[in-house]
Design a protein around this ligand. Structure first.
Ligand code: PLP
Length: 398
């Protein structure tokens, strides 16, 4: 079937973090202004309708009228295996799959299970802020292998620094984000093999957060690190239906751990976790029947990104942005205006009343950047951009 992603679906009054979460949003320090006129384009979920087979599967589950403790049927694991094989040419064993109610939760479990207080954990900033909180919140230290940016806004790995930090005895774990949030890098096979080899050499465990792995631009291919690394037993991979199919609220992450000892340790730290019948039905539906929807979504997101890039080139040429290889996130560099990060924030959040995410939340490398989540109906994106452009008109060279 054809989906109309231009449709604006009112999410207010549906317990949506983006649209109803004023208190929490202010508590996170994202904005001072939030009202019924705010356009929220901050957190990574979509304002777009999900695949129809998913809606049908959830209806069927609701109609049953009993929502008790649930077990994972064989179809659940079959669907995960088939998806990874078909989409990423990655063969995984059923026994290696461990359910987690969330990806950040899984990261935190891994940190607790495999490292000790005061250990170092490597990440690549600017990066998704909860990476820092799961490390520091568990009393471990961030070891930052900052990504290098060139003039076009393309990020790459500083391998010299990566190896220097990996070989430090205190560094016990590396949390990879691929595709990378917020820079959009889809690391290639060479980069992944090299990072994996360095970590293996220096006994650094890898937790690969690959939950954006299905969301790539046309022509890009996603490579799971554990598929190509020479040694796989020191890699733990987080996958999820969350980002791909816009079901963050259903809590369904699957962690792939091939090493039995690591898997037992991880599962013990987590304790018994059962999924809801809604999460189980959702996963089976989207992995078995969601491909057609995903292809349409990818075209829509690609079109929106082209629209954003062109709009900025024409109306806000000071903003530097590259179309990312992966994710539905764009990372906008406002440094060309030559004004402070506070003033950039004030013009966007308070004056234009658009809620993005300040780049500084992703690490100091993100100063002067703003992150925008693009999977919203294009008319909404258009209105947000027009409002922002108006607030920068007085200082634009345009
Ligand atoms: C890289 C990355 N990991 C994890 C998450 C959150 O996943 P979950 O809701 O399953 O904890 C996000 C959400 O934006 C993300 O971008």
């Amino acid at each position: 079937m054809n989906y109309n992603f231009d449709e604006i679906i009112n999410r207010r009054g549906t317990y949506s973090l983006k649209w109803d979460g004023e208190e929490l949003i202010k508590q996170f320090g994202l904005t001072e202004r939030y009202d019924e006129d705010t356009i929220p384009l901050f957190t990574a979920d979509m304002d777009l309708p999900v695949p129809q087979p998913l809606v049908d599967a959830l209806h069927k589950t609701v109609d049953h009228r009993i929502y008790g403790y649930s077990v994972f049927p064989d179809e659940y694991f079959d669907a995960i295996q088939a998806w990874m094989q078909k989409r990423h040419d990655w063969t995984i064993e059923k026994e290696h799959i461990v359910y987690s109610p969330g990806t950040v939760h899984a990261l935190s479990i891994a940190v607790k299970a495999f490292t000790n207080a005061e250990d170092g954990i490597m990440i690549q900033r600017p990066v998704y802020p909860p990476f820092t909180s799961v490390i520091e919140g568990n009393n471990r230290h961030v070891v930052n292998n900052a990504l290098k940016k060139d003039d076009s806004g393309y990020y790459s790995i500083d391998f010299e620094d990566f190896e220097a930090k990996a070989q430090d005895d205190k560094t016990k774990m590396f949390i990879l984000c691929n595709p990378h949030n917020p820079t959009g890098r889809n690391f290639n096979e060479d980069e992944l093999k090299k990072m994996a080899a360095i970590c293996h050499k220096h006994n650094v465990l890898i937790v690969a957060d690959e939950i954006h792995g299905d969301l790539l631009r046309r022509g890009e291919k996603f490579v799971p690190m554990a598929k190509v690394a020479e040694h796989k037993d020191h890699i733990i991979t987080c996958t999820a239906i969350n980002k791909t199919f816009n079901v963050a609220g259903l809590h369904c992450t699957n962690v792939i751990i091939s090493d039995e000892e690591l898997r037992t340790k991880f599962s013990t730290e987590m304790g018994m976790q059962l999924a809801s019948p809604f999460a189980i039905a959702a996963l089976i539906a989207v992995y078995n029947e969601g491909e057609d929807w995903l292809e349409q979504l990818k075209d829509y997101v690609d079109g929106t990104m082209t629209y954003i890039k062109e709009f900025l080139a024409e109306n806000m040429p000071e903003v530097n942005v590259a179309i990312p290889e992966g994710t539905y996130i764009m990372w906008l560099d406002f440094s060309g205006y030559g004004i402070s990060a506070e003033e950039i924030h004030d013009r966007i959040y308070n004056k234009a009343n658009v809620l993005l995410e300040d780049g500084s939340m992703f690490g100091e490398e993100g100063e002067f950047f703003q992150r925008i989540c693009t999977p919203s109906p294009r008319p909404l994106i258009q209105e947000a951009l027009e409002r922002i452009a108006k607030e920068f008109e007085d200082i634009s060279k345009k």
